[in-house]
Write a protein that binds this ligand. Structure first.
Ligand SMILES: Cc1cc2nc3c(=O)[nH]c(=O)nc-3n(C[C@H](O)[C@H](O)[C@H](O)COP(=O)(O)OP(=O)(O)OC[C@H]3O[C@@H](n4cnc5c(N)ncnc54)[C@H](O)[C@@H]3O)c2cc1C
Length: 447
């Protein structure tokens, strides 16, 4: 039997959390008699098989359940996240020479699921229908959006392809975003400066220092070290905070260092190797537990964390930006991947909807922009605010040990604010967002 004629073709640039989530939602919600044809283009030779754990909060968990991924986890023996309270990280005041102390024991309102990135990508790929094709080694360089409706895609190796809709899910350095805002700048020279500023990612003003600490080595330095407990620790101090996360025989160590509180231009290396002495210098005068941690590992990498300043549009004609390509953010709430999944849910269901045809795809894209752009930018803002709270530079909790130590009472209030900041992630609400999207589609309210 011949396969049904697809209603149109969506090209997705980027085969990671955002791109695969979109393909999975298109597969799940398309009408089998009028499927959406999906081509996923990935610049790497293969889908990434690397990456640490990624926390999935209740909002995105509900969406993964809608895709049936709860059953895939059962098959792999991975326990589901728990509704109800779970013990989270412990926050310590650490930027003084005396021993630090706990000021907030985080009880999470919902026990998030942590999956390794390769497993999450494998689960999403398991949901792709026969109408989805993954093309690796295909690096998008540019595209042309023709007035008649077709989009031509040009790849680094000289190959060319076509689609009816293009979704840039190609991350913080998105090539799609570059062409998207360049086209807007050419179309409206009066706003050319604003649009062109949206093209390059910007340095967040933060560096992150990373290493893996062998548990055995830390035990030799101090068998009672606080980081050897079974809970993640967050060592807080002025303009810096370090996290340790126990993962079996190694501790994942990450330390953020805020140099500027606003985004800045940056012309240095994105990733550099650092010695432990250089990292130790950054935490001079901090409590002994931090000094001991730094001593254990010999090499560190330092990453200049880049983000996207809030963009005014994520949709232009038949082209949309999704995930980090639209809103790469700081990681202090662990929600960037979840936001990519939420984008994919709304856009995927809209494009799959029976009311959307090849001719009116821009309507679906406009509703997607209306519902998702501001919401994801709000999530980015919250993540940034959390980092400022952890580093005592939030306007409501701006402590400076040089001018006097914060009181226990002030730190307790800070702990409560940190606890409250995670509440929105525990209540769900993505299905309600879809109801809103469908109503907008039916009523033509934003069109
Ligand atoms: C330290 C850290 C911790 C984090 N923790 C969490 C967490 O706990 N929970 C959470 O939800 N989020 C977390 N995040 C954020 C999350 O990792 C990202 O938001 C998410 O991975 C973005 O997915 P994406 O698919 O949009 O982009 P990416 O993962 O960047 O994928 C883009 C893909 O596009 C491909 N590509 C790029 N350019 C091209 C091109 N020109 N042509 C073709 N392909 C191209 C790339 O190779 C890549 O495969 C964390 C981030 C960091 C840095």
């Amino acid at each position: 039997m011949s396969r049904p004629q697809p209603k149109f073709t969506v090209a997705i640039c980027g085969a990671a959390i955002g791109g695969f989530s979109l393909a999975a939602f298109l597969s799940e919600y398309s009408d089998s008699q009028h499927p959406v044809n999906v081509d996923i283009y990935e610049s790497r030779p293969e889908v990434s098989t690397r990456g640490a754990g990624i926390g999935i909060w209740k909002r995105s968990w509900q969406l993964l359940q809608n895709l049936g991924l709860d059953k895939e986890l059962d098959r792999r023996g991975v326990p589901h996240p728990k509704d109800g309270e779970a013990r989270g990280p412990v926050f310590r005041k650490s930027d003084q020479e005396a021993e630090g102390y706990e000021f907030h024991s985080h009880v999470m309102p919902y026990g998030p699921l942590t999956l390794t990135r390769p497993l999450l990508l494998e689960l999403l790929q398991s949901k792709l229908s026969a109408d989805c094709t993954v093309h690796t080694n295909t690096h998008l360089v540019r595209y042309e959006d023709h007035a008649g409706g077709r989009i031509t895609l040009y790849f680094k190796d000289g190959t060319i392809s076509e689609a009816d809709v293009l979704v840039g899910a190609d991350g913080v350095h998105s090539a799609t975003r570059a062409v998207f805002f360049d086209n807007l700048a050419l179309a409206d020279p009066s706003k050319a400066d604003v649009y062109r500023r949206c093209i390059p990612p910007r340095w967040s003003g933060q560096f992150v220092y990373r290493t893996l600490i062998p548990v055995e080595k830390l035990r030799n330095v101090n068998p009672r070290h606080i980081a050897l407990s079974d809970r993640p620790q967050i060592f807080c101090g002025k303009s810096k905070h370090a996290l340790t996360n126990p993962t079996g025989e190694v501790l994942n160590f990450v330390m953020f260092h805020t140099v500027f509180e606003e985004c800045h231009d940056y012309d240095g290396e994105y990733i550099t190797e650092l010695s432990k002495d250089e990292v130790a210098k950054a935490v001079e005068g901090w409590e002994p537990a931090v000094q001991e941690l730094i001593k254990v590992s010999d090499t560190y990498t330092r990453w200049a964390v880049h983000v996207i300043d809030p963009i005014p549009l994520s949709v232009h004609g038949r082209v949309a930006l999704l995930g980090d390509a639209a809103h790469a953010m700081l990681s202090h709430q662990g929600v960037g991947g979840g936001q990519a999944i939420e984008d994919a849910h709304i856009l995927g269901r809209l494009l799959a909807h029976q009311a959307i045809t090849k001719e009116n795809t821009p309507n679906a894209l406009k509703i997607y922009q209306e519902l998702r752009l501001k919401a994801s930018q709000k999530a980015a803002e919250r993540s940034k605010e959390n980092g400022m709270m952890y580093e005592f530079i939030h306007p409501d909790f701006a402590f400076d040990s040089r001018k006097g130590e914060p009181t226990r009472d002030q730190l307790t209030r800070l702990g409560q604010a940190i606890g409250d900041s995670f509440q929105w992630l525990a209540v769900g609400g993505c299905d309600e967002d879809w109801t809103m999207a469908e109503n907008m589609l039916k009523n033509g309210s934003t069109l």
